[in-house]
Write a new protein. Structure first.
Length: 223
């Protein structure tokens, strides 16, 4: 059980696209419980970031087990760094904070642990310590900016895609970062981050009813 990290799950009661999605059943659990169960087994201090109304929707057992960072009211933030700042302002003395989302139910406990391990005592190939960690998907291909923005890369060279340098896209699963990086440098990803590549169902983020149906179908295939 890790005691050097505070883990925080932002959770909304009201969702714009999928009604009360975090509290909808997915298999035998509510959506938020899939990620929360896994993180609660490896981090001793786990907290919910949400309104009083959201917190009261949790069962008595969860309220006993979890800490709570109160959000005054649910609102749409134009910049996701804003809610990172609100979380970090509530735990400014924490060494590391893991922010993880309920909408990625199939992220493995191994992935969460790898992100923690990288930031706590991991180093890159040069021996430099990682200052943050996050889940990403890896892409190799030819990408273009819209309109006349042009290509990303040299359009006069088209090597095999396997030889291209990968591009990493952040997922909404997990970040591990220090409050200092967020509050002082306005970064949720540091200067030497560890990228944990996720694929397949681990990369699924539930944002629409179709995503929820896909997650349900995934469970049905595994039964």
């Amino acid at each position: 059980m890790n005691t050097d990290v505070i883990a925080v799950m932002p959770i909304k009661l009201h969702s714009e696209r999928v009604r009360e999605k975090n509290f909808r059943p997915l298999g035998d659990l509510m959506l938020f419980e899939w990620a929360l169960n896994k993180v609660a087994e490896i981090v001793s201090d786990v907290r919910i970031f949400g309104t009083a109304e959201t917190y009261q929707r949790l069962s008595g057992d969860w309220r006993q087990r979890l800490g709570w960072i109160e959000e005054e009211k649910e609102r749409v933030r134009e910049d996701s760094l804003d809610f990172f700042r609100e979380i970090m302002q509530a735990v400014p003395d924490a060494k590391h904070v893991m922010v993880f989302h309920a909408t990625s139910p199939f992220v493995s406990q191994k992935t969460y642990q790898a992100c923690l391990d990288a930031v706590i005592d991991g180093t890159d190939v040069a021996g430099d310590p990682y200052d943050s960690a996050l889940t990403v998907t890896e892409h190799r291909g030819w990408f273009w900016r819209p309109g006349r923005g042009g290509p990303i890369g040299d359009p006069t060279r088209v090597p095999r895609s396997q030889t291209l340098e990968p591009i990493y896209r952040e997922t909404s699963s997990c970040w591990v970062v220090s409050p200092e990086l967020v509050l002082s440098d306005s970064r949720r990803v540091g200067y030497n981050p560890y990228f944990r590549v996720v694929e397949g169902i681990e990369a699924l983020d539930i944002d629409t009813d179709a995503d929820f149906e896909s997650a349900t179908a995934t469970l049905s295939r595994e039964d």
